[in-house]
Design a protein around this ligand. Structure first.
Ligand code: ADP
Ligand code: MG
Length: 311
């Protein structure tokens, strides 16, 4: 341990040409450093007094040098990575060295936090970066954008009322939902953005497993749930009666909104949900589900050109 320390110190005290530097030389170099100046000013000490902290100041200088030639967070030579020590004088004129995170580190941390707030199921990862500023406006989507902006600005005061956005393929329904999601995640809300056909495939595959319960719990509890492309899923009475209905009941009870996108207007969705095998019973169940969706959403029609890049 001691030998290691000595070696580290020797390394630190060599200049870039491998020549030994005296503590005096290092202190002189540091004299004009802003942090060191602040220390001297606050303590009223002469620069020689800093020699007592020579190793700390050497480390400080070395880390500052690393930062000036930053190789990126992953290759950061400082320990801990993404941090550097800085001298700091407290009110009792005691000198401390604090470890401060750099902006790269903070950005990466922020990114990790966002990733944990933003869950997706079969949604293209690129959509996580979409914000309102990315949404191009035209005469077709101004109303929908206005509703979306109103939705985020009133988020807490809406009593759990969501949006039902329907329209043809490629007009930007999913894209608009991504902007809403991004806006809320930036403000610390949790969002689960779910592709409906994938959801039922997943739930069926993971039935009875811990993953199933985990998924249901996330669907029920996130601040905002987005069900993308409802009506495109392979519907079974089980999916409708054992998954969707209880999910909607729980979320509306706790005033947690759901955003839907669909190619179908609500009437069409009602037909889709009736298309199981049991006739009248299914029609009634579908009707109840649709009425529940209707009473907890504002309906928005989104039309316009197909914006999907033609390949
Ligand atoms: P929909 O969900 O209605 O089928 P998408 O939201 O998937 O359509 O839109 C398809 C693609 O078109 C998006 O991935 C995006 O690249 C682009 N797009 C859609 N709406 C807009 C918009 N308002 N501004 C810019 N690009 C858009
Ligand atoms: Mg879509």
């Amino acid at each position: 341990m001691l030998i290691q320390l000595k070696a580290a110190l020797e390394k630190l005290t060599l200049d870039q040409h491998g020549r030994a530097r005296t503590v005096e030389m290092i202190m002189r170099e540091l004299e004009n450093d802003a942090d060191v100046k602040a220390v001297l000013q606050k303590t009223g000490w002469p620069v020689e007094a800093l020699k007592v902290y020579a190793t700390d100041f050497l480390r400080y200088q070395q880390e500052a040098h690393h930062c000036a030639n930053c190789p990126g967070l992953e290759k950061c030579p400082n320990a801990p990575q993404g941090h550097r020590s800085r001298p700091y004088v407290d009110d009792t004129r005691q000198l401390f060295f604090t470890y401060e995170p750099c902006s790269l580190y903070l950005n990466a941390q922020d990114m990790r936090r966002r990733v944990s707030l933003f869950q997706t199921l079969q949604i293209p990862t690129s959509l996580a970066g979409v914000r309102f500023r990315d949404i191009k406006r035209d005469e077709h989507n101004v109303t929908a954008i206005r509703h979306a902006l109103k939705f985020v600005s009133e988020f807490d005061a809406r009593g759990g009322i969501g949006l039902y956005v329907y329209g043809p393929f490629g007009v930007g329904k999913t894209y608009l939902m991504a902007a809403i999601a991004g806006h809320l995640v930036d403000r610390g809300r949790s969002v689960f953005f779910v592709h409906m056909p994938a959801l039922f495939r997943e739930l069926k595959a993971g039935l009875d497993s811990a993953r199933y319960l985990e998924m249901i719990r996330a669907l029920e509890t996130v601040d905002l749930l987005i069900l993308d492309d409802i009506g495109a899923e392979q519907l079974t009475p089980w999916a409708r009666d054992e998954v969707l209905v209880p999910l909607l009941t729980t979320r509306t009870t706790y005033l947690r909104p759901i955003l839907y996108t669909s190619n179908l207007p609500l009437e069409g969705l009602s037909e889709h949900f009736s298309e199981t095998v049991r006739g009248d019973l299914d029609r009634l169940k579908a009707f109840r589900l649709i009425e529940r969706i209707r009473s907890y959403t504002e309906t928005i029609m989104l039309d316009g050109p197909n914006r999907r890049r033609k390949t």
